[in-house]
Design a protein around this ligand. Structure first.
Ligand code: MN
Length: 380
């Protein structure tokens, strides 16, 4: 059985104010083509279908188009909601869609949706677990789950409720943050890593199709995998090789994972140099100037209307920065990842120290930690 594994489509996303709709349309066409040429038996979409809980009309019609095309080729789709999706909106028409072979698990209401399919080697059970938080699990299971506080406990609890048949081949589609995986700037993760779960939660599943983290990667074993986004959504992803994951199940215990590179309309890249170097024809004439650009100018003097002038050459200039003695940007830019690695409590504590000239007390820190945790937890 062959299945495509996709995740984090983020339809409707804007990157540095540039709409990604045309790119997304282009890349989804590649998905449909690959699905047809490989003769797949289904497409798994592991959450974050839309970028916003209230997606734009264009984003909705892009998904509509994609699902209609796959249904037209009689390729079933198994789709879950991610932390960016609105459960209710994604679930709209779910029962009607099932008739066309589109299975949507929008909301976790106590049962993990299970789809049973079959091939020459026997049954395959596909479990669809939407993005869950501890509070949701407590709300559904009441007393039984009152002690659940962490994501780890919540996901373990929910998965233990599933009576998987060990003789079947079992697939799980999920949208969570598995500890040990590498992260990038376009993801929305919780504070202080409280949303992390351990890969051991997934024992018993032959393949785990994950969404949430945007870099394609395996976690723990080759059969627990983040498909990653199909496009680069931040400059921290310049080095990523975005791809479509194809999973092939043979008889029980045989799982093969392959990736197929995708090509966007425009690449994302970074240039650094003086205005003169960057605008010199011989330096750009053999390059794709329509790429999404981040340009770092090293001139000591600001260039008048640099963005306007540079866009005459690089129409898709997304970000312009200066790195010179005045901005001290080289230091600043090194500082940026350091800031991003810090949790909000740590950042708040630093700010507190700057404001008050004394460090935050342990009690204050603990209070803040609790408060931030609660805010994240209750945020739906
Ligand atoms: Mn995402």
């Amino acid at each position: 059985m062959k299945l495509l594994h996709l995740a984090d489509l983020h339809l409707g996303k804007r990157v540095n104010e540039f709409s990604m709709l045309k790119e997304q349309e282009h890349i989804l066409e590649q998905v449909v083509t690959l699905a047809c040429t490989k003769g797949v038996d289904g497409v798994l979409v592991a959450g974050d279908v839309f970028d916003k809980t209230v997606p734009s009309v264009e984003a909705v019609s892009l998904l509509d188009d994609f699902l209609t095309k796959l249904a037209g080729h009689h390729i079933p789709v198994y789709l879950i909601s991610g932390n960016h999706d609105s459960v209710q909106r994604l679930s709209f028409g779910a029962h009607l869609l099932e008739k066309s072979g589109v299975y949507v698990a929008g909301e976790y209401a106590g049962e993990v949706q299970k789809m049973c399919v079959e091939d020459a080697y026997g049954p395959v059970d596909i479990y669809l677990l939407p993005f869950i938080k501890p509070a949701q699990v407590r709300a559904v299971w009441k007393e039984e789950a009152q002690k659940i506080e962490t994501y780890q406990e919540a996901v373990s609890f929910v998965l233990q409720k599933i009576q998987i048949k060990p003789e079947h081949r079992n697939i799980l589609v999920a949208h969570q943050f598995v500890a040990g995986a590498s992260v990038c700037d376009s993801e929305e993760r919780s504070v202080g890593g409280i949303d992390q779960i351990d890969v051991s939660c997934f024992e018993g599943f032959d393949y785990v199709a994950l969404g949430h983290l945007h870099g394609p990667q395996q976690v723990g074993r080759s059969t627990v995998r983040y498909a990653g986004t199909l496009l680069k959504y931040s400059f921290s992803e310049i080095q990523h090789h975005k791809s479509i994951t194809l999973v092939e199940l043979g008889k029980k215990g045989e799982v093969e994972v392959q990736t197929f590179p995708v090509s966007p309309l425009h690449e994302m890249r970074q240039l650094r140099g003086s205005y003169e170097e960057i605008t010199k024809r011989s330096n750009y004439e053999n390059t794709d100037t329509a790429d999404y650009m981040r340009i770092i100018l090293t001139d000591e003097e600001d260039i008048f209307d640099a963005v306007g002038k540079l866009r005459a050459i690089y129409p898709n200039l997304m970000r312009l920065e200066y790195d010179n003695a005045r901005t001290g940007n080289s230091q600043m830019m090194q500082a940026v990842p350091a800031v991003q690695e810090k949790g909000p409590v740590e950042l708040a504590a630093e700010f507190f120290r700057m404001q008050n000239n004394k460090p935050m007390e342990e009690e204050q820190k603990a209070y803040l930690e609790r408060l931030i945790g609660q805010v994240w937890e209750e945020k739906i």
